[in-house]
Design a protein around this ligand. Structure first.
Ligand SMILES: [Zn+2]
Length: 184
C-alpha cells in the first residue's frame, strides 16, 4: 500500500484576479504569455477574508493567523508580502521545493517553449512524491512543487505540508484548509 508522506494544502477561492488584465501582468513570459514567476501586487484588496484563499490567477493570500503559525513553527524560506490595503493579509510565496513524481502521476507536459523554458500546460493534479529526487521528507514542513501546474498564464505550484504540519494546523486551529493526500 502507498504511504501518505505529505499533503497538498488547498485553501478557499478568492473569486477575483490579482491582475485584471493579461496586458498588465508582470508575471508572465512576454513572448508565450505563460506564467513564469510570482509578482505580488501589494495594493491588491482582499475580497474574501479567509485563512488561506487563492486568486483566479493563482496568488495565495493568507491571514495574520496563518503567518503567525508559520513564524512560531519556524518554517524556512517563506515570503509574506503585506497587502497594504487589507491589513493583516499577505501574499504567500514558498521557496522550499519538494519534487513530485510526474511519471507515476501520469502528468502530461504540453508544448515546451524555448523562450522561457515553460510548458503551455502541465496537466493532472499530482498524487506522488518523487522517491529519488528528494532527501527523506521531514514530517513538519511547508514546501512547493518544482513545476507550476495548470495552463498558460493560470499556473501555480502545488503547496505541500508535512504529516505533522497538517496535525498542527488543525490543532492551532487554522480553519478553511483542505488537505489532499500525497503518496510516496
Ligand atoms: Zn515563454
Amino acid at each position: 500500500m502507498d504511504t501518505v508522506v505529505a499533503y497538498n494544502l488547498i485553501g478557499g477561492d478568492e473569486d477575483d484576479y490579482m491582475y485584471d488584465s493579461i496586458d498588465i501582468r508582470p508575471d508572465i513570459c512576454p513572448i508565450c504569455k505563460n506564467r513564469i514567476k510570482d509578482v505580488p501586487d501589494p495594493y491588491y484588496k482582499v475580497k474574501k477574508k479567509g485563512t488561506y484563499v487563492t486568486t483566479y490567477d493563482h496568488y495565495d493570500i493568507v491571514s495574520e493567523q496563518f503567518r503567525k503559525f508559520c513564524i512560531e513553527n519556524n518554517y524556512q524560506n517563506l515570503r509574506f508580502t503585506e497587502l497594504v490595503r487589507s491589513k493583516g493579509y499577505y501574499v504567500l510565496e514558498v521557496g522550499e521545493v519538494v519534487y513530485l513524481d510526474e511519471v507515476r502521476g501520469h502528468i502530461e507536459f504540453v508544448n515546451h517553449r524555448d523562450c522561457c523554458g515553460s510548458y503551455d500546460e502541465i496537466i493532472c493534479p499530482p498524487l506522488y512524491v518523487s522517491k529519488d529526487r528528494n532527501p527523506p521528507l521531514p514530517k513538519d514542513f511547508i514546501a512547493r512543487s518544482y513545476y507550476r501546474y495548470g495552463s498558460f498564464n493560470r499556473k501555480s505550484p502545488v503547496l505541500l505540508v508535512g504529516v505533522e504540519t497538517k496535525r498542527k494546523m488543525k490543532e492551532y486551529p487554522l480553519k478553511g484548509l483542505y488537505f489532499r493526500k500525497l503518496f510516496l
